[in-house]
Design a protein around this ligand. Sequence first.
Ligand SMILES: NC(=O)c1ccc[n+]([C@@H]2O[C@H](COP(=O)([O-])OP(=O)(O)OC[C@H]3O[C@@H](n4cnc5c(N)ncnc54)[C@H](O)[C@@H]3O)[C@@H](O)[C@H]2O)c1
Length: 457
Amino acid sequence: MKKICVVGTGYVGLTTGVCFADLGNDVTCIEINLQKLEQLRSGKTPIYEPGLEEVLQRRLKAGSIRFTDTYEEGVPGADFIFITVGTPMGEDGSADLSQVEAAARSIGKALTGPAIIIDKSTVPVGTGDWVSELIREHARDIPFSVVSNPEFLREGSAMNDFFSPDRIVLGSRDREAAEKVAELHAPLRAPVIITDLRTAEMIKYASNAFLATKISFINEIAQICERLGADVKEVARGMGADKRIGPLFLEAGIGYGGSCFPKDVLALARMAAANGCHPQLLQAVMEINRDARRLFVQKTIALLGDARGAQIGVLGLSFKPNTDDMREAPSIDIIQQLMAAGASVKAYDPVAMEAAEAIMPEVIYCATPYDVAKGSDALLIVTEWNEFKQLDWDRIRRYLRRPIIVDGRNVYDPDEMTARGFIYRGIGRGAPHLPGGIPGNGGQAKASEEPVEIVEG
Ligand SMILES: NC(=O)c1ccc[n+]([C@@H]2O[C@H](COP(=O)([O-])OP(=O)(O)OC[C@H]3O[C@@H](n4cnc5c(N)ncnc54)[C@H](O)[C@@H]3O)[C@@H](O)[C@H]2O)c1
């Protein structure tokens, strides 16, 4: 059993703390947000993450995890101290390291004996050395080592990703310290990659940038498919069967969002530019991602003829299913653009409505997808929650003022939806679903986006 301290209890910190406690370690989590602290102490998770609350309650009861806002209660005596605070997008697009700086200084002040400090937050290359200097300033002669251990968990499956990671990446100037952190992870039986500090930090940015590139790549292909009459879902299936390509992250839609990809791709581009590189590919990835949202709005407005006075229903608000995280969610841009064009918006999301309301109070939030459909001129699928996969389409069709469905996640079968009487548009789903037009000249896309008449009843 090791003594572990985790600084910051967001998606990463709370998962790390709870899961290490579940592996039999003694964990103290430090959190400066007092409201969160109260919730956590009473066994409630401030975030929606499947399975996490049950294990938290179990560990609280067993006394193997505790929460405090005092560094002196968590740092002294800890073998391992994880930094898992936020690194949000700064004003100029680079990572804002103020939380990391505050955490490092506080750790340095509270340190009383040797410890390994592990940076799990996503930080620009070189931050580990800086964190080391900050701690040294306060810790004086106390020996410590800094290890970079980037986190790859996905919100919505964070526990599963913790217990079954594809790999554990560790980087340090102190090989022995990295090996001790590897030992701490031994029960997970995952491949461990030990490297230097800066390389470990870069692995995280490069991984996220690559995944974002896959998404933007398929979104660009989707636009071309739409013009040429090909179906991007089938294209992705055909591509993904190639082992060198793989099927994941090849789902065309309204682009990536969330608390990681947008800020990490931008921070990497900023880091590159600040160091004399010209990150052309990263720039294109970000531009295509912005376009994906804009084109989705354009497609909707083209179907309506005019957005002014229209009521639009939105299904799904969180940036992806199984999370309540609204950070950089495509829904925000899409709703704001629709409203700027003169539409009003009703929306439903299984768990993210409270978080969404704080950002977009002007939206009408509904209790069910059917309430969203009532009187709406179009229904947009923005987040592919499972519960949207099997709706009562006859009921939805009756409730909608115009039977328009614009599916930003390609959840449904175009032929089926058309047969049910909807004017259905996905992303990049050209012929054979769309009637008319000559493949190759863009005619199909045009023919399919004629404004739709109001349907009575
Ligand atoms: N969310 C993800 O899916 C994910 C995945 C991989 C990596 N990451 C990275 O992990 C880091 C954390 O992400 P997150 O989403 O968990 O962040 P978050 O913003 O949800 O949580 C950060 C927490 O740290 C607390 N905090 C801030 N300053 C503190 C301080 N000085 N002392 C103690 N607590 C403090 C905040 O109150 C908050 O609860 C980021 O660098 C992020 O890029 C996130």
